[in-house]
Design a binder for this molecule. Structure first.
Ligand code: AMP
Ligand code: ZN
Length: 758
């Protein structure tokens, strides 16, 4: 407060707040707040330079201001607006006594002050006045006074007022929220928490977290990991099993945020929990949604929702069991209606409906968030790890990529003019499915992609098609191969060579050949070669959780696949020496580029079921229908159909390892498991969420993980691909390999191979 100047008049500034507020919320407390407009009431019997100065000071500060001339109008105005600051002119107003001024924030009466008498401080404080201001009609002086009050007491009051809204939000939000003290004593749980866990808050508040029963489904060291992370003041985010009051375990997506108080000390932990969406949750969610008409078929784990505009969306919970049910339902419910409508429609309408049918078969009908209903953690982890990306995000660690190698930086120039005879001989077997890529890897000192690429591209006439020299092709293959990380156990250039091999094998199948054009073949071979270039040996989920540069660049969406495609083109066009596209015309380049990008992006697993289902609907089903009625099996060879075939082709080539001869299949399973283990190791080291906890090198059952991978992703896809391309040998290998893993699992063996007989 200002010291009284002799002869100066007093203005009394009344601020409505309690001292408790100041204790609860330090004025300097940072962080978000609600947006309030500060309101000021000027109680001045007459307009003069002092009241003008406060008026303009309010204007400068952006405060809302009212002026009252009489005690009655002051009370009326206050009761209406509940101003935070009231400035009462104590110089000339002779009708108020400070002791009686302030009642209870809602009643204000003004009384006379003895003329020019300095009011004693105590009765003013008791009356609720917090400051006195010596007459000073400089706008700046008034402004400074108001700003001081705003930054001090008023802000605190706003914070406290905001708490009401914040708690109202907490009480009504769908996430379960639990607040504990720094020593983990539960201080608050919201109604969603009570509902999710089955407890009443009275049973929880005041209890230490350790007193509550725990689920035994969590990894042994999970609590340590969480504690280490949050005690450092960092957020932790991940998957956690909690035990409900009923004793059941519930899998939750959890985020724990430490709340830092004064002096930088952790005061509370706020845990926000959401049940991981499973079958029942999603069914219930959808049941609640009254704007949709719902058709349930819980027997087949299928829910179809139909909204008023007759757009269809599918949420399928057990893809294994009900993919066909969805399609059947789609046909019976919609296609039949359209077919019936076509019969009674004029030709133009019937043609339009034809197009609708085609769109229904080929466009986005499949939710990308097809969740695994499976209780098996291997399946859940694979689905979570491969089919999700930026949903679980943590701030913090960056994943650093290798600098991309350019042509001039290639470490070992490979001259292919004289392919060693042993390699040339090996490559003669390249047309067989049983071709041993691992032998080629060894013979070429881990450069199988260049050698195999040269052979396969030449066989398919790629140089002729692109009008480029063999030297350019060689140089390009070397460049791409050099940008694969040989340090990855799985995603290295041998995997790319393996995918290229499978792609070429599929392209030679009669049915495939007859449906594709040469541009499609060339695009497929190039896409296979580049499809994982510069893969860091970590999954998309990892990169998103780590906040890597690439995840930021690609907005947590198809991060790796976007990078592979983009980098492939950057590398290719950077140097004319290795630019295989340099001699084709612009239009052809654009078509080829589009096809390559589409295929590389199709290898992303979040849209796995969408690609497979579209293929079945648009390619296999029409072929089956034609086969029933005639001897010809030619489906319309539209660009859309070719697109679906190419996507399916590269997808199958990409994950064909479970269909390779047993020894190769085992080696690939070992390599992918090792890469996942290394990721889990790093996630633990860096305190990142572990996206696939079953892939822990100390506990993982490789056979179980392979069984899950085959059951969930492989069997149906290869059945569909075999139905089209006729690949009985692949199905035979797949079945043999599956039995191998089943057998190991039945023997409780967790490793790649059975233990040697003792
Ligand atoms: P890509 O990264 O393009 O190779 O995509 C194929 C996905 O399937 C990758 O995420 C692989 O990690 C995964 N994958 C391939 N083979 C296996 C396997 N045998 N077991 C588990 N996951 C696999
Ligand atoms: Zn791949």
């Amino acid at each position: 407060s200002q010291s009284p100047a002799s002869g100066g008049g007093w203005l009394l500034i009344l601020i409505f707040l309690s001292t408790v507020t100041t204790l609860l919320v330090p004025p300097s407390h940072p962080g978000p707040s609600l947006c309030f407009f500060l309101q000021v009431l000027l109680v001045f019997a007459k307009e003069d330079s002092q009241s003008d100065a406060f008026w303009w000071a309010c204007d400068r500060a952006g405060f809302r201001c009212n002026i009252a001339r009489t005690p009655e109008s002051a009370i009326e105005c206050f009761l209406d607006k509940h101003h935070e600051i009231i400035v009462i002119d104590g110089r000339h107003s002779r009708y108020f006594e400070p002791e009686k001024v302030y009642g209870n924030n809602s009643f204000l009466s003004l009384h006379r002050l003895p003329d020019q008498e300095e009011p004693s401080v105590l009765p003013l404080l008791c009356a609720g006045f917090s400051r006195r201001f010596v007459e000073n009609s400089s706008v700046s002086a008034c402004y400074n006074e108001l700003i001081q009050i705003e930054h001090g007491e008023v802000r605190c009051q706003f914070k406290l007022r905001a708490c009401n809204s914040v708690f109202t939000a907490l009480e009504h939000c769908q996430e379960a929220v639990e607040i504990t003290s720094e020593d983990h004593i539960i201080q608050y749980v919201n109604p969603s928490f009570e509902r999710m866990m089955g407890y009443h808050k009275g049973e929880l508040i005041g209890k230490e977290l350790t007193e509550l029963p725990k689920s035994d489904k969590n990894r042994a060291d999970l609590l340590d990991t969480i504690n280490t992370c949050i005690k450092k003041g960092k957020e932790w985010q991940g998957i956690y099993y909690a035990r409900k009051k009923s004793g059941d375990s519930i899998q939750q997506d959890v985020k724990i945020v430490p709340v830092i108080g004064q002096g930088g000390k952790i005061r509370h932990f706020v845990a926000i929990k959401r049940p991981r969406m499973d079958n029942n949750n999603q069914v219930n969610e959808i049941k609640k949604n009254k704007s949709h008409e719902h058709l349930y078929n819980t027997e087949s784990h299928l829910v179809v929702t139909r909204n008023a505009e007759v757009s269809l969306c599918f949420v399928c919970f057990n893809v294994q069991r009900c993919k066909r049910d969805i399609i059947t339902l789609l046909e019976t419910q919609v296609i039949n209606i359209i077919n019936a409508a076509q019969e009674s429609s004029p030709v133009t309408v019937a043609e339009a409906l034809d197009r609708v049918l085609e769109i229904l078969r080929t466009t986005e009908l499949y939710s990308p968030q097809l969740a695994s209903k499976d209780d098996d953690p291997h399946t859940n982890d694979l689905v979570g790890g491969l089919m999700s990306d930026g949903l679980r995000r943590l701030s913090g660690n960056e994943y650093v990529f290798n600098k991309n190698l350019s042509q001039s930086q290639l470490a070992i120039p490979v001259t292919l003019n004289d392919i060693p005879p042993s390699i040339a001989e090996m490559l003669n077997d390249e047309e067989h499915w049983e071709f041993n890529i691992l032998e080629l890897e060894a013979a070429t000192h881990k450069r199988p992609l260049t050698y195999l690429g040269l052979k396969i591209f030449t066989t398919f006439g790629v140089c002729d098609f692109l009008n480029c020299s063999e030297a350019t092709l060689r140089s390009w293959l070397q460049l791409i191969e050099a940008n694969y990380h040989s340090s990855n156990s799985y995603h290295n250039s041998t995997h790319a060579a393996d995918v290229l091999h499978a792609t070429a094998y599929f392209l030679r199948k009669e049915r495939v050949k007859s449906h594709l054009e040469q541009l499609d073949e060339v695009a497929a071979l190039i896409a296979a070669t580049v499809h994982d270039v510069d893969h860091p040996g970590r999954t998309n989920s990892f990169l998103c959780n780590a906040g890597s540069e690439l995840a930021i660049l690609y907005n947590d969406t198809a991060v790796l696949e976007s990078h592979h495609a983009a980098l492939a083109f950057q590398l290719t066009v950077r140097d004319s020496k290795s630019n295989i596209f340099k001699n084709i015309d612009r239009n052809q380049f654009r078509t080829l580029r589009q096809a390559i990008i589409d295929m590389v992006l199709a290898t992303e697993m979040t849209r796995h079921f969408e690609h497979v289902s579209k293929f079945v609907n648009s390619i296999n089903k029409p072929i089956a229908a034609i086969e029933e009625t005639s001897t010809s099996t030619n489906i319309r060879n539209s660009p859309e159909n070719r697109l679906l075939i190419k996507r399916m082709l590269i997808k199958c080539a990409d994950v064909a390892n479970p269909c390779r001869p047993l020894e190769l299949c085992i080696e690939w399973a070992g390599r992918i498991s090792e890469e996942y283990f290394a990721q889990t190791d790093e996630e633990k080291r860096q305190g990142l969420p572990v996206v696939m906890p079953v892939f822990d090198r100390n506990t993982c059952s490789v056979p179980k993980s392979q069984i899950s991978f085959i059951d969930y992703f492989i069997t149906d896809m290869f059945d569909a691909w075999d139905a089209f391309a006729s690949l009985p040998n692949l199905i035979e290998h797949l079945s043999e390999n599956y039995n191998y893993w089943k057998n190991l699992d039945e023997r409780k063996c967790k490793s790649l191979r059975p233990p040697p007989p003792s």
